[in-house]
Design a protein around this ligand. Sequence first.
Ligand code: F6P
Length: 504
Amino acid sequence: MTQSWAWLDKAAAASTPIEDMFAEDSERLSRLSLDVNCGDATLYFDFSKTHLTTDDVGRFAEMAEKFHLSAARERLFGGEVINITEERAAEHSAERGTGATEAVERAFSLRQRMYGLVGAIQAGAFGEIKHLIHIGIGGSALGPDMLYDALAREDAQCDVHIVSNVDGAALAEAFAACDPQTTMIAIASKTFTTTETLRNAESAVNWLKQEGVEDPYGRCIALTAAPEKASEWGIDDARILPFSETVGGRYSLWSSIGFPFALAGGQEAFDALLAGAAAMDAHFRDAPFERNAPILAACVDQYYARGRKAQTRAIFAYDERLRLLPDYLQQLEMESNGKSVTLNGDVVDVPTAAISWGGVGTDAQHAVFQLLHQGTHILPIEFVASAEPGHDLDPEHHAILLSNCFAQGAALMQGRASDDPHRHYGGDRPSTTILLDDVSPAALGALIAFYEHRVFANAVFMNINPFDQFGVELGKAIAKSIATDADTAFDPSTQALLSRVGLQ
Ligand code: F6P
């Protein structure tokens, strides 16, 4: 399909500076920005400060037809086996009520089970519970961590600690902050085989035991797609909250993996999160190509990755509540689209997932923005902000925060000429801005669903499978052989490192 993309190289090579495009087309802003109403939330997307033109959008629409984007989207929502390498559907949207009827019904009934357990904890079935230590890693930690941090940290109905790293220091910190007599442990693992999670879970049970808790396993809950493994591990079926095998790890915060948010934020907030995501599903499914936020975002991504050979993309959250968003997106984007072969197994001829990185504004302005304004990299940037603040302090805080956010986008685009090369800003640097009306459950649900669908649309344009992750397995297998077989031979460098710390 390389031939079909030749227009993009040409378009990118001949592109006009972004500022001039505004001067040439008074409709540019309205054509390349849109509000997406997601029930109780509205998200505003502004793609106009990128080099994308409306002609480009038309060409991308033709490419979408060649790559059968509409059909792929229907197969996704229809629960078809779209993850062909693992022979599975990808049914995360069913968790929020969008998808094949059977999957939606199953998700609904499993969610009622989760709410039942939340209710039992709140009603005192396990004695007084003040703390939850949630143990999981990757998709079993990043999503719940972000939800709790963004939406429940302030008024939490239960104090939550998310522990992912197998470095015991992470768990020790959680132990120090919790009273074992009033703590429950949630063990979150889709497969219930992940070494780090099982190691941490065992230490948590030992901690409860040492601290005199009579039935430590009785304080454990499993959030998993492998209930039989959780049961073998020692958790009673009544405290196992299953979710479907067809929900991928990095797409699982909508399922029982989101338990910490359901417990700390409450059922109403969890339902609102799902409703916001469902509204974004409907938008992705029904909005026309040129007014479809995830699709336009994917066009921008493809424009820079293919047309300008950009290798990275930076996301800056101008809101403390969204400080974990860049970490969350790293897994979603890079584990999904960091691939080198197409669906057929042919080597790809394009750069796949951009390396996604970022931070929080305004902090990042004082750390990495020098490179963004004057460095040599081609680097599309994304700003995410909220019109409403997440605090009751002087409104000036939020005014300064948002002025800085919008000023950065303007400065990157307009630049500032100077005779002194050190003080010269070349400008014409692209950025996208996403403005939420507030960081509410509905808005965050819609935002995450937007990113999921953008990843999917990118994958379709690249003809790759975003739903597998075989690249993580080799390192795990080698680590296991180090742990289990002292005689395994390694290269001299690895061997020397192992001997230095007594591992061989
Ligand atoms: O190692 C990668 C990975 O498989 C992720 O895809 C997943 O989110 C994470 O590990 C945790 O897996 P699990 O939920 O099965 O413990």
